[in-house]
Design a protein around this ligand. Structure first.
Ligand SMILES: NC(=O)c1ccc[n+]([C@@H]2O[C@H](COP(=O)([O-])OP(=O)(O)OC[C@H]3O[C@@H](n4cnc5c(N)ncnc54)[C@H](O)[C@@H]3O)[C@@H](O)[C@H]2O)c1
Length: 273
């Protein structure tokens, strides 16, 4: 097959590869001939080149994985993440953003020219504009878990929604990094998925006790939950050769949900317009 997406024989790193969107991305990348290096706290079933156990809120486990990963990386897929509830606001920000930033900044020096980073944010992070100063304060900290924990504990009252904040951080971080990475010939983007049928959704509705009717308010007008494959495909597309001039974007992957809000066609429950 013509390698139109440009992944054949390239080293790619996928976090959250055990389930849902990350699993779907990892499988697609294997099918496309990439050399997939998969990271997760859980067991990984996709037949990848290398599976490594990491806990995204534990720097030591990421340092151990970093020592095993290849010296040259073409693409990074930041897919690992958890919902809050049931996870605490603190753990959610540490896993969803601080760990993502820690790993990303450790891998950037290994990224080849023409390489690319794609992360999974959320529609829940689309209301970042009114909160930009707080997000910037958090992003201006040292890239360390100690600094993040201290700030999050001191600012707990201002960050009641750990999940939304973690995703706002991914979106603002993506846009903030684009300039410096462009000088290295590396791209960075993220996606904002609408509700997706995955382990995450099971946890949110089950242990998090969020009722079905509440989640359904955020479904696109096709009335559908997305699949992990719907989102895995979107990040594989963004990190591919076909998107080689696309950087610094947050792409809503929501079958038009955000567009409907921007056009005043449905209630702006997340304050994103
Ligand atoms: N499912 C949704 O409705 C939805 C919507 C918007 C955004 N998202 C985001 O999509 C991303 C992927 O989630 P998903 O829906 O595929 O859910 P999922 O639960 O199926 O997959 C998440 C993966 O992350 C891994 N993970 C969780 N905590 C970890 C940790 N501490 N260290 C390492 N790995 C860890 C899990 O083991 C799992 O393999 C997440 O960042 C999530 O926030 C999900």
């Amino acid at each position: 097959m013509n390698d139109i997406l440009g992944y054949k024989g390239k080293n790619v790193v996928v976090t959250g590869a055990a389930s849902g969107m990350g699993q779907a991305a990892a499988q697609l990348l294997v099918d496309l001939g990439a050399s997939v290096h998969a990271l997760d706290i859980a067991d990984i079933s996709v037949p990848v080149e290398q599976s490594l156990k990491v806990d995204m809120k534990d720097a030591a486990t990421m340092d151990a994985a970093l020592s095993e990963l290849p010296g040259e990386i073409y693409a990074l897929f930041n897919c690992a993440g958890v919902p809050s509830p049931p996870f605490s606001a603190l753990d959610t920000v540490l896993i969803n953003f601080t760990g993502l930033r820690y790993l990303t900044e450790a891998l950037i020096p290994r990224m080849v020219e023409g390489g690319s980073i794609a992360s999974i944010a959320s529609t829940a992070g689309m209301g970042w504009k009114p909160n930009l100063q707080r997000v910037r304060d958090f992003l201006s900290l040292d890239n360390s878990f100690d600094a993040a924990v201290k700030w999050l504990q001191e600012n707990a009252a201002e960050v009641p929604d750990g999940y939304g904040f973690s995703k706002q951080c991914i979106i603002v971080y993506t846009m903030s990094q684009a300039k410096e990475l462009a000088q290295q010939g590396v791209r960075i983007n993220c996606i904002a998925p609408s509700p997706t049928d995955s382990g995450f959704m099971t946890k949110l509705k089950g242990e998090g006790q969020i009722p079905e009717e509440a989640v359904a308010l955020f479904l696109p007008s096709n009335g559908r939950y997305a699949t992990g494959e719907d989102m895995g495909s979107a990040v594989v597309m963004l990190n591919s050769e076909l998107a080689r001039f696309v950087s610094g974007n947050n792409l809503p992957v929501d079958f038009g949900y955000c567009a409907e809000i921007t056009m005043g066609q449905r209630d702006d429950l997340l304050g994103l317009a």
